[in-house]
Design a protein around this ligand. Structure first.
Ligand SMILES: CC(C)[C@H](C(=O)O)[C@@H](O)C(=O)O
Ligand code: SF4
Length: 488
């Protein structure tokens, strides 16, 4: 048999029917749902007189519209002040009740951002096809799963048939080889990848991230990398299964047990690209060259290293790029050639499905410990990705470290990642954000987002401007090889 990539294997294992025109039907193992993209799908199902075809494949949670202050959350759904947000969350509750779908509602201790919740529950497993009406579903590919976002009409289709009409993508491999420096994290790796290949670099491809630097990442780090495949233009990001994957999955509520576990692990071990598999596109990065990254513009490819500068449109390679730089600098209120370390912050947001897992919070807390948020920063907030992440962080005392340093410690949700709930950026405000998108208005009308790692965000909160986290106090930062040990 011809050598296969990981994507080829996952595709083949789920293919129900391939048509001559290129379209294909694939079977879906896991369907995650949230309140934004599911209401019309359920409505369509109802109008067509259908019911969900395989109930236990579905798992729902409310995340985008939930408020994150303790006071608002104490009121349950009533704490949601925006009427449209409230309708969405209530509609999800009603649909899940009516159809008997498992939902982690607003104050369920397991509630959280859908892409944090799935893996945490063991609902995302290697070898699965995982879909959700959300573009960051690629996150789940970190487990050697085939995972991507779908539209609302496809949500309806998956509910009704457990299948998806789709087309096979091309294969792309992004290799990151060598060792990452202390203070350089998975977030810096993925931002560096996007800055190199651009936001269209992965268009039409399923990206497999590989190489020794990727293998050295924890599952949290791998999820951060796969999460932003979509910002690199690819709907799918994935990483081969190894011991790190298997160790993470053991003993989670939805993971198999006993003999089924042993059989599953044996199967999962096959979920790697064959050594001689061919990719349509291969890109290689040197890990040692990656420094902490900061986005300066209004697209996730407008990124540079912390020792760099805001670009000068006059030095752009062509007029189109020059025009996009000019427009971005105007919106961001930055000047050509300005040092990245001279950019001052008004707010700091540590959270989102990119960086709100326990390891992210540990990295931020390591920097914040014993320090104080700068007076010029009006709001620095830490928003755990799920109730379970929050609980674990509290057990480790991370909440106290943040609160003593002047950060707000919030309840789980998408929060200031996007302006769909009460947490918003004001016009003109600069925010160091651990999220994944920096489009105009993403965090609030006129808001200025700078994408960074959790450690860089914490360091910026304390300094009031961007600083090279490697110079803050290197002793505070966990070395890459210590991260696994810490997890245990
Ligand atoms: C609201 C949802 C459909 C959207 C997405 O698909 O990604 C959101 O999660 C985002 O990050 O922009
Ligand atoms: S945290 Fe942000 S990127 Fe992730 S699902 Fe929520 S809104 Fe989308």
């Amino acid at each position: 048999m011809a050598a296969q990539t990981l994507y080829d294997k996952l595709w083949e294992q789920h293919l129900v029917k391939q048509r001559d025109d290129g379209t294909a039907l694939i079977y879906i193992d896991r369907h995650m749902l949230h309140e934004v993209t599911s209401p019309q799908a359920f409505e369509g199902l109802r109008l067509a007189g259908r019911t969900p075809w395989r109930l236990d494949a579905n798992l729902a949670t409310a995340d985008h519209n939930v408020p994150t202050t303790v006071a608002e959350r104490a009121e349950g759904n009533k704490g949601i002040k925006d009427p449209i947000s409230l309708i969405q969350v209530e509609t999800l509750d009603e649909n899940c009740r009516e159809y008997d779908i498992v939902e982690f509602g607003i104050n369920d201790p397991r509630q959280g951002i859908v892409h944090v919740v799935g893996p945490e529950q063991g609902a995302t497993l290697p070898g699965m096809t995982v879909v959700c009406g959300d573009s960051h579903t690629a996150t789940h590919g970190a487990f050697g799963a085939l995972a991507h976002g779908i539209g609302t009409s496809e949500v309806e289709h998956v509910l009704a048939t457990q299948c998806l009409l789709t087309q096979k993508m091309k294969n792309m491999q992004v290799r990151v080889e060598g060792e990452l420096g202390t203070g350089v994290t998975a977030k810096d790796v993925v931002l560096a990848i996007i800055s190199r290949i651009g936001t269209a670099g992965g268009t039409g491809h399923a990206i497999e991230f590989a190489g020794s630097a990727i293998e050295s990442l924890s599952m949290e780090g791998r999820m951060t990398v796969c999460n932003m495949a979509i910002e690199a233009g690819a709907r799918v990001g994935m990483i081969a299964v190894d011991d790190t994957t298997v160790d993470y999955i053991g003993n989670r509520p939805y993971s198999p047990t006993g003999e089924a576990w042993d059989a599953a692990v044996a199967d999962w071990r096959q979920l790697v690209s064959d050594p001689d598999a061919e990719f349509d596109k291969v890109v290689t990065l040197d890990a040692a060259e990656i420094e902490p990254q900061v986005s300066w513009g209004t697209s996730p490819e407008m990124v540079t290293g912390i020792s760099g500068q805001v670009p000068d449109p006059q030095a752009a390679p062509d007029e189109t790029v020059a025009a996009s730089y000019t427009r971005a600098l105007e919106y961001m209120g930055l000047t050509p050639n300005q040092q990245i370390t001279d950019i001052k912050l008004d707010k700091v947001f540590i959270g989102s499905c990119t960086n709100s897992r326990i390891e992210d919070l540990r990295e931020a807390a390591a920097v914040a410990k014993g320090q104080k948020v700068a007076d010029s920063v009006t709001l620095a907030m830490v928003v755990p990705g799920s109730g379970l992440v929050k609980r674990q962080a509290e057990e480790e005392g991370l909440d106290k470290i943040f609160i003593e340093a002047g950060f707000e410690w919030r309840e789980p949700g998408c929060s200031m990642c996007l302006a769909m709930n009460a947490d918003k950026l004001g016009a003109g405000e600069h925010c160091a954000s651990t999220s994944n998108r920096n489009f105009e208005g993403r965090q609030g009308y006129g808001g200025r987002t700078h994408l960074v790692s959790p450690a860089m965000a914490a360091a910026a909160a304390i300094a009031g401007h961007f600083v090279d986290v490697r110079l803050v106090d290197v002793r505070r930062l966990p070395a890459n090889d210590e991260r696994h040990a810490q997890k245990a």
